[in-house]
Design a protein around this ligand. Sequence first.
Ligand SMILES: C[S@@+](CC[C@H](N)C(=O)[O-])C[C@H]1O[C@@H](n2cnc3c(N)ncnc32)[C@H](O)[C@@H]1O
Length: 304
Amino acid sequence: MTVTEQDRATARRVLQDCMANGLSPEVTVARLALCLKPDIQAEELKNIAMEMGSHTPHQRGWLEEIATLLSCQADRFDNLRAAAACVIHERLSEETHEMTVARLACGFDKAAAISPAASVQLSSLGEEERLSAATAEITSWLEQQGIIGPDKTILDIGCGIGRFEYALCSRVRHIVGIDISCGMLAIARRRCAGLSNVELRQTSGLDLGEFEVASFDAILALDCFPYLVLAGIAEQHFSEMARVLRPAGKAAILNYSYRMSTALDACDIRRLAHMCAMDVIVDGEKPFRRWDGTAFLVRRVGGT
Ligand SMILES: C[S@@+](CC[C@H](N)C(=O)[O-])C[C@H]1O[C@@H](n2cnc3c(N)ncnc32)[C@H](O)[C@@H]1O
């Protein structure tokens, strides 16, 4: 298939945006996988990166790193693109909340079958090792925020392949991971087999009705809220989180939506937090190097 000048222009624009925003080569390759049609091959993208105008030595090195990732990992790049294409990040017309959730569950089943690591974080480039490094970075941020501890019972909404259950189980009392995708959960169950304080459940994805009032010390929603926003059930989930959290319990929302506006997300989170008697403690920070997620932390009022 012919690669059009428009495809090339899109590739250059993605590269320029990522460079201007100081994103890592891995995150940039993931963005290229998301934004470009499959007609444009990794080799061609590598050439586009290398042909970009004159730059500082740092930018030159950054472009070379991207070119290396693309040329060493052409097959992986195709896989990445295939995994990304499984989940459509748009609400289709006439879709009800239930239909969107069911479609997303199917999409994540398919993505997990192609690449478990890419299905939860594209910038892992489908590699478990890169994913573990990113997981460790996020885990240490959670620890700094006082979310994990040996006395804590945690709910993880949209637990995916169970990477946080595996990483956190030795540092918390109990962790419950819920997800709508049986394909993701099957991988999580294999990963967490034999871990006695990890519980994994398939959920309807529509609410947290299966949990009692004030049953968790903390909630994780790591790259899951964008799908709740997409399905039109974010507001419902926010008040559900407030209901199941103990007083002073915290919820970490890493990425609220994919609208590409931290200001808009921060505004929505402040409104929802206010509505649910919660305080916003972290308001749209970018604390990670290995992943471009935006962090929000809210706390239920009350307690000490
Ligand atoms: C990008 S993955 C992130 C997975 C995991 N939190 C991680 O970071 O490794 C998003 C996950 O959210 C799940 N998900 C999407 N909508 C959901 C919903 N309404 N309720 C629970 N999980 C949902 C998907 O099935 C998928 O496993």
